[in-house]
Design a binder for this molecule. Structure first.
Ligand SMILES: Cc1cc2nc3c(=O)[nH]c(=O)nc-3n(C[C@H](O)[C@H](O)[C@H](O)COP(=O)(O)O)c2cc1C
Length: 368
């Protein structure tokens, strides 16, 4: 049997295992995607125009979406040579859970527009890829159903909704379903001016939103006292998702939250908010190691993961990239996206001479 260039590349990425080999036969297109940007290109062909606009689109002029990416491109790495990198340790601990590597799947709605029963495929794909999945409140299936099909650990993303009784029940349902942490989205008193999504909206069918109460669920009255309320009954760690300002990080710590997610909602809410990687260092400084800080937005390469950790993140989340994987190859596509990013992160660790997570610090960034 001859080895194609593609097979050789995949085997170099550690994809020569029989399970993935079998998937490769079933879906030869997965072979073509060697990087997350490759998945983006391929996904465009698979995903309907309406769903594509919904996923890709951001707020207004999409300035922040661009910044999320560009900011990573402007950070230069500072490698060390002649370090023994024959053994890598990529494990981290989060809330008593051990993760084999610091990459999490961010909550995204709209998975059903990308693939039939998209939520279930994502849950299976995340488990096979050994990544934690944060189930979205905007899922088209009940949180219990998604959690049931998960083969790995799941968290739940919560919108504290106008109906607090419904919200409380939802938290309790998610916890009973096995979600191990609550990621409360705090950057959405309203959605942003999602013009691109609005233009495409007539192309998309209505979908059920069983974890949301009514169309008008976002609550603009939400304040810190609601976080106290939530913490009074939540049994799992409460993280706040959508913090950019270090002053908010300071209040979050006083409020007793267990973690912070530095996020600008993938550039979908407040356009011209900064790139998350630019906002991260000041938040990390304020938090001073007291709780984990996770960052998302624009992470597409293993070097991005390393840069985020070097600037103080405990872990990163990806959103759109795994939706591309879902569009190209269902659950297998999601798994493949995670595996590629994980392997690239390992390459970045080796090539910068940082064999452990602890060794990835500010010194890995070329400051001047
Ligand atoms: C299609 C789509 C749907 C999303 N839905 C949610 C959601 O329901 N709740 C939430 O907190 N964030 C949501 N987000 C934001 C993601 O959790 C995450 O912050 C963002 O996608 C990260 O940026 P990236 O896509 O560049 O990786 C969504 C993002 C996308 C692209």
């Amino acid at each position: 049997m001859t080895t194609t260039r593609r097979q050789a590349l995949l085997s170099g990425l550690g994809f020569a295992g029989s399970r993935l080999g079998a998937q490769t036969k079933a879906n030869p297109e997965l072979d073509q995607a060697l990087s997350l940007p490759d998945f983006e290109t391929l996904a465009h062909k698979h995903i309907s125009h309406g769903a594509w606009e919904r996923i890709q689109g951001g707020a207004a002029d999409e300035i922040t979406i661009g910044w999320n990416r560009e900011a990573y491109n402007h950070i230069r790495l500072r490698p060390r040579v002649l370090v023994d990198v024959s053994k890598l340790d990529t494990r981290i601990k989060l809330f008593g859970q051990e993760l084999p590597f610091p990459i999490i799947l961010a909550p995204t709605g709209a998975q059903g527009f990308v693939f039939p029963d998209g939520e279930l495929a994502v849950a299976r794909g995340a488990g096979a890829g050994q990544a934690i999945l944060v189930i979205s409140s905007s899922a088209s299936l009940r949180v219990e159903e998604v959690a049931k099909s998960a083969t790995g650990p799941v968290w739940f993303q919560l919108y504290v909704q106008r109906d607090r009784g419904f919200t409380r029940d939802l938290v309790q349902r998610a916890e009973a379903a096995g979600c191990r942490a609550l990621c409360v989205t705090v950057d959405s008193p309203t959605h942003g001016a999602r013009n691109r999504e609005e233009r495409a909206r007539p192309e998309l069918p209505d979908r059920p939103l069983p974890n949301l109460k009514g169309k008008d669920y976002l609550d603009p009255t939400l304040t810190w006292k609601d976080i106290d309320w939530l913490r009074s009954f939540a049994k799992t760690p409460v993280l706040l998702k959508g913090i950019l300002n270090p002053d908010d990080a300071a209040i979050a710590l006083k409020a007793g939250v267990s973690g912070i997610v530095v996020s600008n909602h993938g550039g979908r809410n407040l356009d011209t908010a900064p790139a998350t990687i630019d906002a991260l260092p000041a938040v990390v400084e304020k938090v001073a190691g007291r709780v984990p800080v996770i960052v998302d937005g624009g992470i597409r390469r293993g070097t991005d993961v390393l840069k985020a950790l070097a600037l103080g993140a405990t872990a990163v989340q990806i959103g759109r990239p795994y939706l591309y994987g879902l569009g190209v190859g269902g659950a297998e596509g999601v798994t493949r996206v995670v595996q590629i990013l994980r392997r690239e992160f390992e390459m970045a660790m080796m090539l910068t001479g940082r064999p452990t997570i602890a060794s990835i610090d500010r010194s890995a960034i070329w400051e001047k």
